[in-house]
Write a protein that binds this ligand. Structure first.
Ligand code: SF4
Length: 318
């Protein structure tokens, strides 16, 4: 069984270890001898206090060793190691996890991982090209009608009237263009699908959530707006499924100019903001103070006409 008691000769080689530590450290930064730890048979590590201000709690660890039946102790290695109460730097975090929106500057490159959940394989056309070739025996599939035009191209043009030559040239030009247009790859390109990767459902939802939070109906700006973006003339509609919920604001004076906004968002720059509020309608008057109503101070007891009088007359008869 191996002994954990430090080898006596190695444990006594403190001076040798100190010299090694002082060689490795900056002058005057090797402090008191702290401990001697047995790393194995005839292998001992001497620990010295590190007095560097930036390395509080760290220790110079110098390992010495001795060969079996030898009396001469030799130096193994010297290294600065953190002690139990050492001041340590925070755990290192990979850049991809540290990155925040807005961190990228001009010229920066941001590689996207192959397994990025926000993306999924798109349509590159390579597979369709193989399918096309297989389906048509080596020829690319073409749109209906293009085959007929191709037949025209293959037909011999009889030299003769200029009209016949012009018709042949027209037919040849039409063949060249629709063939490219008719291929599946060209259609996919036109639809914006000719990309190796496209936004996945997860990426789509994540983007929608972000936009909704920044320019959505729950923001203070939207709550105080006279109307929503959906009815605003400055809203540029999106294509695809996001069109149902988002558009782009094109009001240079609005708070969201150039940003994707929720249709439920809104601001004071709404195109109809100036005409939307209805003019205030004053309530009908309750008391008309402009007309004097006759008031009988004394009721007519003789059945004659009612005597009307004012306050001064009332005082004169009393
Ligand atoms: S101006 Fe205001 S209401 Fe109109 S689209 Fe832009 S953010 Fe929406």
């Amino acid at each position: 069984m191996r002994s954990r008691t430090p080898d006596r000769l190695c444990a006594e080689a403190v001076d040798l270890a100190r010299v090694a530590a002082e060689e490795a450290a900056a002058p005057g930064t090797v402090g008191e001898h702290v401990d001697a730890v047995a790393d194995g048979d005839r292998v001992v590590t001497h620990l010295f206090e590190c007095k560097e201000p930036g390395y509080r709690g760290w220790r110079w660890a110098v390992t010495v060793a001795r060969a079996s039946r030898a009396k001469h102790v030799t130096l193994d290695e010297s290294v600065l190691l953190p002690g139990p109460d050492a001041l340590l730097a925070p755990e290192w975090v990979p850049w991809s996890e540290r990155l925040r929106p807005g961190d990228m500057g001009p010229g920066d490159l941001l590689p996207t991982e192959a397994e990025d959940l926000r993306l999924e394989p798109g349509y590159t056309g390579a597979q369709a090209a193989q399918e096309d070739a297989g389906a048509s025996g080596g020829q690319a599939a073409v749109a209906p009608g293009v085959a007929e035009l191709a037949d025209v191209e293959d037909a011999d043009v009889e030299p003769g009237s200029p009209a016949a030559q012009a018709a042949a040239a027209r037919a040849a030009a039409q063949v060249a263009e629709p063939t490219a247009r008719g291929s599946i790859a060209a259609v996919a390109d036109e639809l914006g699908m000719g990309r190796h990767r496209v936004l996945s459902r997860y990426g789509l939802h994540a983007a929608a959530d972000r936009w909704e939070e920044a320019y959505g109906p729950k923001t203070a700006m939207a709550q105080a707006a006279p109307a929503n973006c959906v009815s605003c003339g400055f809203l540029v509609p999106l294509a695809g499924s996001l069109r149902q919920a988002f558009g782009i604001c094109a009001n240079e004076f609005g708070p969201a100019d150039g940003h994707v906004v929720s249709l439920g968002y809104g601001c004071g720059g709404h195109s109809e903001a100036a005409v939307m509020p209805r003019p205030p309608r004053p309530a009908p008057p309750v008391i008309d103070e402009n007309v004097v109503d006759p008031f009988a101070l004394r009721p007519d007891r003789t059945g004659g006409s009612v005597e009307e009088t004012g306050p001064s007359e009332e005082f004169g008869h009393s």
